[in-house]
Structures are given as C-alpha cells and as structure tokens.
Design a binder for this molecule. Sequence first.
Ligand code: PMP
Length: 429
Amino acid sequence: MGNDNTSAELFQRASAVVPGGVNSPVRAFGAVGGTPPFMASGSGPYLTDVDGNTYVDLVCSWGPLILGHAHPAVVEALAEAAAKGTSFGAPTPGEVELAEEIIARTPVEQVRLVNSGTEATMSAIRLARGATGRGRIVKFAGNYHGHVDSLLAAAGSGMATFAVPDTPGVTRAGAADTIVLPYNDIDAVERVFAESGPDIACVIVEACPANMGVVPPRDGFNARLKELTAAHGALLVLDEVLTGFRVSRSGWYGLEGVAADLVTFGKVMGGGLPAAAFGGRADLMAHLTPGGQVYQAGTLSGNPLATAAGLATLRNATDDVYARIDAVSAQVADAVERELSAAGVPHRVQRGGNLFTVFFTDTEVTDFDGARAQNTDRFAAFFHAMLEQGVYLPPAAFEAWFFSAAHDDAAIDRVISALPRAARAAAEV
Ligand code: PMP
C-alpha cells in the first residue's frame, strides 16, 4: 500500500464517491468480507489486479466472456468499430447481423436489441402485458431478472446475498400485479392459473435458475409452464440472459428444447459490452413501436461497439468452445466434490449444463428456501482460501461459477490444486 492505486486505497476513494464503493452490489464483497481487488486487466483465463496479483477468473464478468478476456478477435473487432465512430443513433449493419445470428441460434423469430438484461426483461414484460391486455405476472422466488420494479419481489442474486426482502423504492402498486410462487412447484402454478388465469399476462422464469445458485428445473417443469400459459391465453417468457449462448450454442433451449413465446438474452451476446435483447414470435414482436403500440426505445440500443463485440464472440463460439467449457466445468465440479468430501464438508454441487454452484448443505436444493438454508459462513472461508491461492470465485454463495474456452490446463490445474486447502478452511468453520 502507500500509493493511491492499490485496491485498498481505491476502495476507500470509491466509497467516498460511489455508494458502497461499487456500481453493482455483489462486487463489494459484503457477503464474504474483506476488500475487493480492483482489476487492472484481463487476459485469457486470468485477471490481474492493481496490486499485481493474478487470479484464474471463474466469474468471467458474470457470464459474458465465454472466449476469455481480451480475445484477439473481439479486441480487433472493437478497434475496427471504434475507428469508425462509437454511436450513430441510426440503423447500422451490425444490428442486423447480430439479430440474424441470434435468430439462427434460438427459437425466436425477431429480436429487439437493448443495453442490459434488466432492460430486456422489463421490455418483455411490458410487451407481454401489451399483447395480452392483461396486468398480472407470475415469477418465482429466487429467480433474478434484473432490477425491474415489478420483478424484484423475492429476487435472487444480490437480493439473496444481502437478504433484502423486497426493496424500498418499489411502490405497493409497482409490485401488486406480481405473483411470486415457489420455484419448481408446478402445483402452485396450476392453482394460480385455476384462480386467476384470465388476469395473467405471462409467467417469467429463468430457463435454468442460477441466481439463487444453480437450481435446475425439475424434468418437465418448463414444458408444463409452456402448456399452462398456452392453455390460459398467457405467455411464457424464458429468461436466458445468463444461460443464453453459454450452456450451449443457443442456451438452455439447446439442452431442453422448450420454445417460449418471448425470450430474453444478454451477457454473452454482448461479448463484454452492454448489449442484450428480447425476442419471440413475430406476431408478438409486431406489437412494438414503431409498427405497434407498445413503446420501447434506447439512445444506445444496438450500439456499434456492442454489436461488434457480440458478433465477434458469437462467431468464434464454435462447437469446440462449448465442448471445452463443458469439459473444464465438469472437471472442476468433480474435483470440488472430491475435495469437500475428503475434508468432511457437507455440500451439494448442483449443475445446470456447464454452470454449477457449490451449496454448503447436505440436501438437494430445489427452491429458494433450500438455497437459503446453506451455510454461507463456510462459503466465505472457502472463497477466501481460493482467493489467497489466486482463484477468483464469485464473491457470494448464491451464484454460479463461470468458465471460458480460454481456461487452459494450466489455469484449471491452479484451480484444482487450490481446492484441498479451501476445503479444509470450509471444514474449520
Ligand atoms: N436475468 C438474469 C437471468 C440474470 O442473470 C441477470 C443478471 N445477472 C439479469 C436478468 C439482469 O441483467 P443485467 O445485469 O444486465 O441488467
């Protein structure tokens, strides 16, 4: 320490000018304690902080970086795009190409580009309401869809980490039309449709929840949601912001094949720049302005840098990329199970495609209550032992671990050899 560019100094300065010192809450290490390292650069599977420490990155910007940091194709595409100007507020070829790329990989017929996952789900909900003429929406406890007023009730991610029940600032009216049900409980969904079917515009659900930790849908759950919504004239919105283009070349759809009426995307499709999308059947998308009446817009939507980074990422996300991510994720998940068992630590490693979460509990987690029953103190000890050994895990127990195709054998070896000490640290809690 001593100069004003170390993580500790920067966090102090940041805390004076930014609430909590961060621009997104989980980054503050509130759940695990300590000071967050401030990052200076990333390369392939590694992050380097301002103090010169390097880490194997298992956050990958919370999902986008399936090719790793500073992939040459993405950097080159960005440099080329930036040289031509950063924003035009007018249509550009990249938007058409990115929309075509998304449509080629997924069941949606049309997409509209936005800037964040939050905007994507917010817009999808508005469209669902506008298209059906109905007001109420159904969401599931522990599912996170961004910080949209009507979707924050019983939300996962930082809301779970910080045990914020429902946030101040959302009016009763803003949340009144949201029905929150326990995840994976199809009987509860059937009951709600039996009681209120004609009022329900849509059911929104994470295609495979990963924001209360990874809690995969029970067999047939998403398919039944599709049937129930269709039977009652409501829409199914599958949120693939996190899973889209990550767990397969299309997303969770590629693993399960349930085609929703509307789908939200983000993260990978922006290649690390702010880009997201919502899409679906053309007849539904036709309700959007300018052709239809449901208003939706954005100064920077379809930004040329974001579309360049997204296109470069998707075009380089070949079958080999997914095969590598699947393989390293499985290898590390197996090793985590082995080492925690050897150290006698109760745990469940829950997998959803190439995403997984280590729950410090000995019962299978099928819903938010189960996720919250885990021992987060054990996670904090495990997390810090990994960090000290140069492995950067998501700094909260309710998150998935993310891999990229740049995670080579040397990076994976570093992760695996750090596990025994971290498992012992968790055992000591
Ligand atoms: N939906 C899901 C499933 C997410 O995981 C997230 C972000 N983690 C969002 C929506 C919100 O995306 P953003 O943070 O880009 O607003």
